[in-house]
Design a protein around this ligand. Sequence first.
Ligand SMILES: O=P(O)(O)OC[C@H]1O[C@@H](O)[C@@H](O)[C@@H](O)[C@@H]1O
Length: 260
Amino acid sequence: MGDYPVLPAKSLKSGVELHKIVDENKEQLLGQKCIEKFGGVIPFLLKILSIAKALPLQLHPNKDLASKLHKENPKQFTYDNHKPEIAIAWGHFEVFAGWMPTSEIQALFDSLPPLQKFLPNKQAKCDNETLRSVVETKLKPSDESIKECQRELREIPRENYGKHTYVLDILPRLQDQYSIEDPANLVVLLYVPGTPPPLFSTMNFLTLPASSAIHVPADCPHAYLSGTIAERIARSNNVLNTGFCPRASRTNISLFTSAH
Ligand SMILES: O=P(O)(O)OC[C@H]1O[C@@H](O)[C@@H](O)[C@@H](O)[C@@H]1O
């Protein structure tokens, strides 16, 4: 719901699109402050989502990147704005959001020597740069290596997953919803092709009870898995999808990894 030109809200009575109504009644509907700050448009969108199948693994570019992308490709990036969002759970809501702290990922690199060969050099610490290159590697492996890793993952005994046993519950579901070739399964989990299967995840997995909320800032990777939510979003629909979506929509992998 909103006056964004893509799927705009309409008046129930007249069928007139909301942006036309707002345009003709700016002072009354928006007020002077809002007009000055946001240029005479409703600055946010409201969405009610009932999610049965995971939504794409994605992020919304920050203002600078959004305006650059809009200039270069206005067809795909239809507005020059960022898109931070707040999602309020109406019931049990499952979400992957943001990377785990690099210190935690570092501890995993330290305790699992085979992973160390993927560090840019032996002394490298798991900082943002290292994480970026690991994620990029995970988004680009061949279908075969993705499949193989996910088969192996399903076979690891539950007790080996420590506090990350939810992986075993979620993975088969995501594989059924999309495919065993979908690389997003490997991004939410820390996996590097050619290493033993991972025993942990890369992204924070959250389950929110009704009435709690999550703020997802610009540039923050996220995948909403299930639940009914109300979302308030800055006025934009710019998105970089990299998984849990058809192959053709898995665009901009390098932008995705360089944006955060
Ligand atoms: O309305 P569409 O484009 O299907 O997106 C639905 C929602 O998906 C989520 O994952 C969010 O990150 C939102 O920004 C978005 O509003």
